[in-house]
Design a binder for this molecule. Structure first.
Ligand code: GLN
Length: 235
């Protein structure tokens, strides 16, 4: 056994950003979702323990890892090079693209990013949906910066879409599917980004990264991962 106290049986604080169904959301005041149950099962398969969850805005999750307020993030967070400069990631556990979502039976039915010319566009702050808007729509001159509405969470973005305060929102496909299921909104088209979600970890914490990766393998091999996808995505 390890005598130094730096290894075994450490208690972890996990961070997430509710309002991203079915990955993480509040149900009767309780934090639930695919990410929540997956990370809990993964940690259960390691020598670490989960002390509890911190609920933050999505854009505050990487700073929270960096300042040590949380040890691990499970928030449908896409693994990408920009973020890898600040944090480390586990192996991928879910794939996604970006959906461009409009009001159902509305007059606006874009089928490509070019069709968004002149539209007002919403996304959650700090997300890859926001990156599509800044790096492609604004950069290409398709929309003006003032036509981008940035929201603290996607629930507010969806409300503004329904209230006709914004023409489209750009959001991860599996989350769009969840919002679309019980609201009068629909996916107009999918912008293929080929994203993969990973758990976020403090940069250089290789011990935790390794433990979470073997925990992921365990829950994939023992059927837990499949059970959770059936429960939360019905597939
Ligand atoms: N997958 C997107 C990202 O990583 C959105 C995540 C989220 O809004 N929780 O930026």
């Amino acid at each position: 056994g390890c005598q130094s106290g730096s290894g075994d049986s450490q208690t972890l604080t996990a961070g997430t950003a509710p309002g991203f169904p079915p990955f993480e959301m509040k149900q009767d005041g309780e934090l639930v979702g695919f990410d929540v149950e997956l990370l809990e099962a993964v940690i259960e398969a390691t020598e670490y323990e989960l002390g509890g969850w911190e609920e933050l805005e999505f854009k505050s999750l990487i700073p929270a890892l960096n300042n040590g307020n949380v040890d691990v993030v499970a928030a449908g967070m896409t693994i990408n090079d920009d973020r890898k400069e600040a944090i480390d990631f586990s192996d991928p556990y879910y794939s996604s693209n970006q959906a461009v979502v409009v009001r159902e039976n509305g007059s606006f039915s874009p089928s490509s990013l070019n069709d968004l010319s002149g539209a007002t566009v919403g996304a959650q702050k700090g997300t890859t949906g926001e990156s599509v808007i800044t790096d492609q729509l604004i950069e290409a001159g398709t929309i003006e910066e003032s036509q981008y509405n940035a929201y603290g969470n996607y629930v507010l973005a969806v409300e503004d879409l329904l209230n006709e305060n914004v023409d489209v929102i750009i959001i991860d496909v599996p989350v769009a599917n969840s919002f679309v299921a019980d609201r009068s909104i629909e996916s107009a088209f999918v912008h293929e980004t080929g994203e993969q979600f990973g758990f976020g970890i403090q940069s250089g914490n290789d011990e935790l990264t390794g433990a979470l990766n073997s925990g992921l393998t365990t829950v994939e091999d023992d059927g837990t991962y499949r059970d959770l996808t059936e429960k939360w995505f019905g597939q």
